[in-house]
Design a binder for this molecule. Structure first.
Ligand SMILES: *Cc1c(COP(=O)(O)O)cnc(C)c1O
Length: 388
């Protein structure tokens, strides 16, 4: 099937929710991808921070295939080894006490929202169910996570939103002002991803944490995008010197298979009892086997490599003419330029480099294992496109 035929079928039969870039990626090796017609790309997107170790990673493939050869699904009515192993790995690496597995970031956040409400209901009774989130945040597309998302433009056509969310500016003072006797949790991305690759100031986050602890308001950290080594530590919260009560993650966790995880720390470990929450597919053994392969290799050495590549990219990106700001942490990088982000991403694609956008920024999320020559190719194309 030619690209034009695929595009025609897609446009005829698939709901119009995406403005797709004009390529049909079909195979790859690490951070290098090819389209059906053989056009070659370097990947600074990882399928939106999902393909943590790029494409075709041998060890990951072997782990996934080995599990496919055993059982592809068993239901959460039964025990499975990959799920138990992954949960142990997540807990021992983070200090979390329990994990709930789902299939996506939105579901991981739904679970966090339900858990926060139940924690408060069990302890304080009715009425203490509100959650403070930030303006310009992004927490997902389901009704609850869309309601949690602090972007009015995304709410408008889908009103009414779920009751119980209050939106604060990204400062301690604003968060404190939005908290009332009815507040059970504060939910934050430590670095807004879709909102434009903006890390929150560490001091503000620490003040929010202290305030939450004092008032028994749960601190939920949405690490759907920032998690799993993306920012140079296993989870971004480690760099903020805070101890969250709940952490959600998804995107890069299983290296390309759909998997979400909601981690419960000391205070919240006993919130759920049998029947309180569940999922048919959540924690699927194939996805969990893939995640075990990824997580076990996001070790100290890999994280140091991520930090090194990050520093290298920040240095070179900062020197590009017409780049006015470089933001981000690790291999999650935002570029503000004098050009329109979408136009930059389209021009890059034409020249064989895949980049993303987030609001007014170009967003870079290369595989954690990207090679030096692939980084250099990407930097050269970005330099050509942005500085011309
Ligand atoms: C992508 C993202 C989500 C939603 O994840 P899905 O897997 O698309 O449901 C939620 N929160 C953040 C911070 C994200 O980046």
């Amino acid at each position: 099937m030619s690209f034009e035929e695929i595009k025609q079928k897609d446009q005829q039969y698939i709901a119009n929710t995406y403005s797709r870039f004009p390529t049909d990626l079909c195979r790859g090796e690490g951070a290098t991808l090819w389209s059906e017609s053989g056009k070659k790309y370097v990947d600074f997107g990882s399928g939106i921070a999902v393909n943590s170790f790029g494409v075709n990673d041998e060890e990951w493939k072997n782990a996934v295939i080995a599990q496919l050869n055993k059982v592809q699904h068993a239901s959460n009515l039964y025990y499975t080894r990959p799920q138990a192993e992954l949960a142990e790995m997540l807990c021992s690496r983070t200090g979390a006490k329990k994990v709930f597995f789902s299939n996506s970031g939105a579901e991981a956040n739904e679970c966090a929202i339900k858990a926060a409400r139940k924690y408060s209901f069990d302890k304080y009774g009715e009425g203490r169910f509100r959650i403070v989130t930030l303006k310009n945040s992004f927490h997902g597309r389901t009704m609850a996570t869309l309601s949690a998302t602090g972007q009015e433009a995304m709410h408008r056509s889908f009103a009414p939103m779920l009751d119980g969310f209050d939106y604060a500016e990204p400062t301690f003072e604003s968060v404190r002002a939005k908290c009332t006797k009815a507040t059970c949790a504060v939910m934050l991305e430590l670095m807004q991803g879709e909102g434009g690759v903006r890390p929150l100031p560490v001091e503000e986050v620490q003040k929010i944490e202290k305030f939450c602890k004092k008032n028994d308001i749960l601190l939920i950290i949405d690490e759907v995008q920032t998690g799993n080594g993306r920012t140079g530590t296993l989870y971004a919260y480690e760099q903020f010197g805070i101890s969250p009560d709940i952490v959600s993650t998804a995107k890069g966790l299983a290296g390309g298979l759909p998997l979400g995880a909601t981690m419960f720390f000391e205070k919240t470990e006993k919130v759920f009892a049998a029947g309180d929450h569940g999922s048919t597919f959540g924690g699927n053994p194939v996805a969990c086997a893939g995640a075990c392969s990824i997580l076990s290799r996001i070790d100290k050495n890999l994280l140091l490599e991520v930090q090194g590549k990050s520093a290298y990219m920040f240095t070179h990106l900062g020197r590009i003419k017409n780049v006015t700001e470089v933001t981000g942490m690790g291999l999650m990088i935002g570029l503000l330029t004098t050009k329109k982000a979408r136009a930059v991403s389209e021009a890059c694609l034409e020249r064989g480099l895949i980049v993303l956008t987030a609001k007014d920024r170009v967003r870079l999320l290369p595989p954690l294992t990207i090679k030096k020559d692939e980084i250099d190719f990407g930097l050269r194309i970005l330099n050509e496109v942005i500085s011309e």
